[in-house]
Design a protein around this ligand. Structure first.
Ligand SMILES: [Fe+2]
Length: 379
């Protein structure tokens, strides 16, 4: 199907702050209470955010720091208990993927009476939010450059108790607007900068080959891959170089737009147990299998030369060299064993790698036996 849809109004850079604030004031005239979720660290004091916060100054606001990494069902329950009495009518999420995902889940579950963790889990797994008439609108202001959550309509919720990962997904979960401010990413811890850029690289590449790929998606994918390929290796020299941060923010946005229409595929599906069982950062976990899966999918690719070109490569080996060189430059290991994965542990990773709506988006099916061989080769 050659069809692309994304309804998020995107504003780029501080120069668009006034337009963003104007949209805010016009669209939300009748909103009285605004919930502001932030990643913490006083990010709301950043100069570049002041036009937005000024636009909110006539509203009643509640600011909550969401210092979570990969929100769990229990985190969502706690947050919901804490903020529900505020009766918010709009959410502004200033943070990385975890903060924006929390905003989406709160949007989906607001006004649902869920007094226990068990009921929150059931509402998520049984999609109890689907029959709601109105989702709470939200606005995304990313402080990392990788997740793309500001332009996608789903959120990831983890469940440590059951060793599971759920998706809260609905087209009404698209943000009303996204405001991309590269300045906010300059203070990102270095490892997070690299992990999120690798995450975006996977979003773009997986969108390119997904069974749901389309012409528009692939344009965004190629743009995103090229920008990350050119910029990520440089960042180590000047982490506060705003021009490079702008490139990575744009790449993350474009990768987000690309996979907003396709979702992810095998690399992400395999990454979930790697993160859940071994605590490997999301973007690193996804990128560990990127060239292995590229090799596996290669014969299914539409215009493979364009994809290789975006990577600055002429074959898959050169893509592998590029990713290994990025890993080396940033002191990351590409061997699963260095993250604690063992031959025995691989069976469990394989068992948890077949997430519905992710692995089945991969254009070339991967059997459990093939996946086991792939992962053993990466030890
Ligand atoms: Fe991701």
């Amino acid at each position: 199907m050659n069809h692309f849809y994304n309804p998020v109004a995107v504003f780029l850079g501080t120069e668009s702050a006034e337009a963003f604030a104007e949209l805010f004031i016009n669209r939300y005239t009748n909103v009285r209470r605004v919930l502001i979720l932030t990643r913490g660290g006083g990010v709301e004091k950043s100069d570049c955010l002041q036009p937005i916060l000024n636009a909110l100054s006539h509203k009643e606001t509640l600011l909550i720091e969401v210092t979570l990494n990969n929100p769990n069902v229990s985190d969502i329950w706690k947050l919901k208990q804490e903020i529900e009495p505020f009766q918010y009518e709009l959410i502004v999420a200033i943070g990385g993927g975890s903060v924006m995902d929390a905003a989406k889940v709160l949007s989906a579950l607001q006004h649902k009476t869920l007094p226990t963790i068990v009921e929150v889990r059931e509402a998520i797994t049984h999609e109890g939010y689907r029959n709601k008439h109105n989702f709470t609108p939200w606005v995304g202001i990313p402080t990392t450059s990788g997740t793309g959550s500001e332009v996608t309509c789903w959120a990831t919720v983890w469940d440590e108790e059951f060793g599971s990962k759920y998706s809260v997904s609905d087209e009404r979960l698209y943000a009303s607007a996204a405001f991309i401010l590269p300045e906010l990413t300059v203070t990102m811890p270095f490892r997070l900068s690299v992990a999120t850029a690798l995450d975006a690289l996977c979003h773009a590449t997986e969108a390119y080959w997904s069974v749901h790929t389309n012409t528009v998606t692939r344009v965004y994918s190629l743009e995103a891959i090229e920008r990350i390929r050119r910029t990520l290796p440089l960042l180590i020299e000047q982490p506060d170089n705003l021009a490079w941060r702008e490139q990575l923010s744009l790449a993350s946005l474009m990768a987000g737009l690309a996979f907003s229409n396709t979702r992810t595929t095998a690399c992400h599906s395999i990454s979930y147990p790697l993160t859940m069982l071994y605590g490997i950062d999301h973007g690193i976990a996804a990128s560990l299998t990127l060239t292995t899966v590229l090799r596996h999918n290669f014969n299914t690719l539409i215009e493979p030369d364009k994809l290789l070109h975006a990577f600055g490569a002429t074959d898959v080996d050169e893509v592998d060299d590029l990713i290994r060189s990025i890993y080396n430059r940033y002191g990351l290991s590409s061997n699963l064993s260095s993250y604690g994965v063992t031959v025995e542990g691989i069976r469990e990773v394989v068992d948890h790698s077949y997430t519905k709506g992710r692995m089945d988006n991969n254009p070339a099916p991967i059997s459990p036996e093939e996946l086991e061989r792939m992962l053993v080769a990466l030890l």
